[in-house]
Design a protein around this ligand. Structure first.
Ligand code: NAD
Length: 260
């Protein structure tokens, strides 16, 4: 039997990049990914791609900072499938600026998508996981959950915060056989990173090639980007853990950029 046979996994931000790869991989292993994204057209396209390969998937319009939209999306999943086995809280954005120039509105927007989004989706899913006495929550952290970089104050703050949320959910969920863990990737070539290469070049006064070589990949062991596939491997590893032995943990997948 496939590892995630008929298991339902809500993946936020799954219309693009890392989340999309995670959804494809869940489906390839027999699971049913719910593509929960702000961008419904792109979410539908991802679901159609999965169905075209013979899998099942469900696209849901969800702004993770809108409590009503989150609750409705989760209820729609329960009405359709009657279970939620996995939540991958992955939706995120990036805004780069030095602290002295960071607009307060942008600080709040970034913190809200990463932290409020993780809280609201966790809260909505936990109710059903507790009732089923089973579940796995995986947060998309970052090397920036453990390390800092210039220009990324709210991102680093939010990604560190997810480790705290994960540990509380792991402790509260233990009695219900619900686990929580964090995956912490290095730089992955997705739209989120492609957008910030010219922005960082402008802020730092260096070329885009130098941003890649001397900022993003400088401390890796081999000068390589991490891939969406590498990240999905770790997410599925946590999601597939069979006992509470693996809970409250974080794993870094970054070509050795950060070693703990
Ligand atoms: P991406 O831009 O390719 O995808 C992000 C997705 O999130 C998009 O489909 C977008 O529509 C969705 N989204 C944004 N705001 C949303 C909201 N409010 N509600 C619902 N969906 C929303 O980015 P990505 O690189 O795949 O990033 C995914 C996650 O991985 C983020 O949490 C990011 O911080 C994290 N991450 C990325 C990297 C990297 O190098 N790309 C490294 C470490 C961690």
């Amino acid at each position: 039997m496939a590892r995630f046979d008929k298991k339902v996994a809500i993946v936020t931000g799954a219309a693009s990049g890392i989340g999309k790869e995670i959804a494809l991989r869940f489906a390839a292993e027999g699971g049913i990914p719910v593509i929960a994204d702000l961008n419904l057209d792109a979410a539908n396209a991802t679901a159609a791609e999965i169905k075209g390969k013979g899998g099942d998937a469900f696209a849901v319009a969800m702004n993770v900072v809108d409590e009503d939209a989150v609750n409705k999306g989760v209820e729609d999943v329960m009405n359709k499938y009657g279970r939620i086995d996995v939540l991958v809280s992955n939706a995120g954005i990036q805004i780069v600026k030095p602290v002295v120039d960071f607009a307060f509105a942008d600080w709040k927007k970034l913190l809200s998508i990463h932290l409020d989004g993780a809280f609201l989706t966790t809260k909505a899913c936990l109710k059903h996981m507790y009732a089923a006495k089973s579940g796995s929550v995986v947060y998309m952290g970052s090397v920036h959950s453990k390390e800092a970089s210039v220009l990324k104050a709210p991102y680093v703050t939010a990604k560190h915060g997810l480790i705290g949320l994960c540990k509380v959910v792991a402790k509260e969920g233990g009695a219900y056989n619900v686990r929580a863990n964090v995956v912490c990737p290095g730089f992955v070539r997705t739209p989120l990173v492609d957008k910030q290469i010219p922005e960082q070049a402008k802020e730092l006064g260096i070329s885009e090639a130098d941003v890649i070589k001397h900022v993003m990949l400088k401390d890796t062991v081999d000068g390589e980007f991490t891939t969406t596939d590498d990240v999905a491997d770790c997410v599925l590893f946590f999601a597939g853990a069979r006992s509470n032995a693996l809970t409250g943990q974080s794993i870094v997948v970054s070509h050795g950029w950060f070693m703990q």
